[in-house]
Design a protein around this ligand. Sequence first.
Ligand SMILES: [Zn+2]
Length: 84
Amino acid sequence: MRSDNREVKKCSICGKHFITNKSRVVCCSPECQKKRNKEIQNEARRKYVSQKEPKKKKKTLEEISVEARAAGMTYGQYVAQMGL
Ligand SMILES: [Zn+2]
């Protein structure tokens, strides 16, 4: 049995209202979700580049996992978002 927790949300990409029962969904369609994923990736990459220390060429796995934890993500999620 499923509880009905559908709610009306506004798409964060096109602004269209849509109904979902998934609390994590913020886009009305797969197309918008793709755009959003790209935006998140670009944003993350920009942050990553601007935070990068010039002395270090490459982050170690340990450093990345520490950063991932600090960002509240698993290592895998963090790496995926950074496009590493
Ligand atoms: Zn949309």
